[in-house]
Design a binder for this molecule. Structure first.
Ligand code: MSP
Length: 538
């Protein structure tokens, strides 16, 4: 009996060990979580698509991925928006969250989870972290007297005054307040953070954003961060576990989503640090590989967040990838002036892949971008309809017409060019260089379209003596279409599937390893060609 028991225990221990050692770290990518105080717009869509393309690229390259996005539901902005509609904040969030979830579906995001910061799994985790940090002496309570802008949800400083001593009307009503709050000791970590960012050039990308953070850290003394709001002033937040008169400052709550959700999935690293009654680890996510964010929230991610993690004794994310802001027709996107792009309307009219293509091809990750309807139409027509669409349609239509849809013998005239485009694309995807990857892929589209013009298969078809040459041309074109489907899959997933279907392939074009020449087998029968991007007369 005793031996059997021991045997069982030994087996259990062994199984546990094996489970842990075969668990491999996933590529963990996150987006900013959006405030639920209105409907999603172009800027939100862009960021989520960037993250989705990176997630899909990594999966295609063979990595296991965890992609997280979601909503930031607490704080004054959301409370005020709910009040304006005379709704209870939770009901208000629940109604809007349904719209945002539908929006994520519309964009065909491949997120593995969708966080809402009002969920118990997040709130409980935030409270556990707050208790730990408080016990470890990272917080203190102090009173602060100053001029407070409710609209901006912040205390203003002398620097915010105009030359005549008044505050800009954009701050709304400014009142002098004396308030007690809890503060997080940030200042002590300033030098450590400067050194960390200097030693880790990839931590904030692009480089000019990294320099911006370093400039800020070197030229300012970090003030301690106020991490609470008195319930008398704001009650829509997570209560501080050690003082019921306060709720958690919305940014302290929001940033923690990146680890609360990892913990909810059983992340090994977070559970080891953050949970006292430790559950069984199920996944390895932390540290995040990439936090995709916009330029306006850089300080929160590159200054406050690393210091919060250091205080929790957790490793820092590997990269904060900072994108720019979209304007429309050279002016700020704004609901009040009506200067907006409605992503849903564009998708309904032109298709999701056309929208995804335009935002990624037009704007590199970093600088600001400018949406124009004319620019959108021009890219649709030149690069999608006349570029990729025309190539696939004429290649497959000719194969159908001249060879009854049967793939001829292999030929490798375009193989070297296709291999070069695939190698470049692979390298660029690994560096999250999405715009450059699209350029590289389109160099193959252009090359193959030139090839059609140069080889003129429609002329070859008229001359029976050129039958072998026509076979070669048709193979090169069909195989290029197949390779292109694999290369574009992270960017234009629907189009990639359509190309595979038209080629009569039943697999999914989502493995980069398939982007090697010569996989299309002679004798295989393709499906029905049909236009990928219908031309629009506009
Ligand atoms: N809730 C915070 C983020 C918390 S992350 C822990 C927030 N929300 S937001 O809804 O205002 O913005 C969400 C994201 O959308 C940010 O990364 C922001 O930069 C991005 N964008 C908002 N407007 C944008 C454009 N016009 N263009 C591109 N991105 C923009 O900040």
């Amino acid at each position: 009996m005793r031996t059997r028991m021991n045997g069982k225990i030994a087996i259990a221990a062994f199984v546990g060990q094996t489970a842990r050692s075969i668990m491999s770290k996933r590529f963990y990518i996150t987006t900013a979580i959006d405030y639920v105080n209105g409907q999603p717009h172009l800027g939100h869509a862009y960021e989520k698509i960037v993250a989705d393309v990176i997630a899909r690229s990594r999966r295609s390259l063979g990595q296991e991925v965890f992609f997280l996005t979601g909503l930031d539901e607490h704080g004054q902005k959301v409370q005020q928006a709910a009040q304006a509609e005379k709704k209870d904040p939770q009901e208000y969030c629940d109604a809007l969250a349904a719209d945002w979830l539908a929006f994520a579906k519309k964009l065909e995001l491949t997120n593995d989870d969708f966080v809402r910061t009002t969920e118990p799994r997040h709130k409980e985790f935030v409270q556990a972290i707050l208790s730990k940090l408080n016990d470890a002496g990272h917080f203190y309570k102090a009173s602060y007297k100053g001029f407070y802008s409710a609209k901006e949800e912040t205390f203003l400083t002398e620097k915010d005054r105009r030359p005549d001593g008044t505050f800009d009307p954009s701050y709304g009503e400014v009142v002098e307040l004396l308030e007690e709050n809890y503060y997080f000791k940030l200042g002590a970590h300033q030098q450590w953070l400067i050194e960390f960012i200097e030693k880790n050039p990839a931590f904030v990308q692009p480089d000019y954003r990294r320099n911006e953070v370093l400039g800020f850290l070197k030229n300012n003394t970090l003030e301690d961060l106020c991490i609470s709001r008195p319930v008398t002033r704001l009650n829509w937040g997570i209560p501080l576990p050690f003082d019921k008169d306060f709720v958690t400052y919305v940014w302290f709550d929001a940033l923690v989503n990146y680890i609360s959700i990892a913990a909810a999935h059983g992340d090994e690293t977070i559970l080891a640090k953050a949970e006292s009654g430790r559950r069984k680890a199920e996944i390895e996510l932390w540290p995040a590989d990439v936090h995709v964010i916009g330029k306006d929230i850089l300080k929160f991610h590159a200054v406050y967040w690393p210091i919060m993690l250091k205080a929790m004794e957790l490793p820092l994310p590997k990269q904060i990838l900072v994108h720019g802001w979209w304007q429309k027709d050279g002016a700020k996107i704004s609901k009040s002036t009506g200067n907006i792009v409605d992503p849903v309307a564009v998708i309904d009219e032109w298709g999701l892949d056309a929208f995804r293509f335009y935002v990624l091809r037009e704007l590199d990750i970093g600088p600001d971008g400018n949406w124009t309807d004319a620019g959108f139409r021009a890219r649709y027509s030149a690069e999608l309809a006349n570029g990729l669409g025309n190539l696939v349609n004429r290649s497959l239509s000719m194969l159908k017409r001249y060879r009854n849809g049967i793939v001829p013998a292999k030929s490798d005239e375009l193989a070297a060019f296709a291999a070069k485009a695939a190698d470049e694309t692979r390298a660029l995807l690994k560096q999250n260089q999405l715009q450059a990857a699209l350029q590289s892929i389109w160099s193959l589209v252009t090359r193959a379209n030139q090839y059609v013009d140069q080889t003129a298969p429609f002329k070859l078809a008229k001359d029976p003596a050129q039958s072998k040459r026509l076979d070669e041309v048709l193979y090169n074109l069909a195989e290029t279409c197949r390779v292109l489907a694999v290369l574009i899959q992270p960017f234009l997933p629907g189009t990639a599937v359509k190309i595979y279907t038209q080629l009569g392939l039943t697999e999914s074009p989502d493995k980069f390893s398939e982007a090697v020449w010569g996989k299309l087998e002679p004798g295989h029968k393709i499906g029905e060609p049909s236009p990928l991007f219908p031309r629009k007369d506009v």
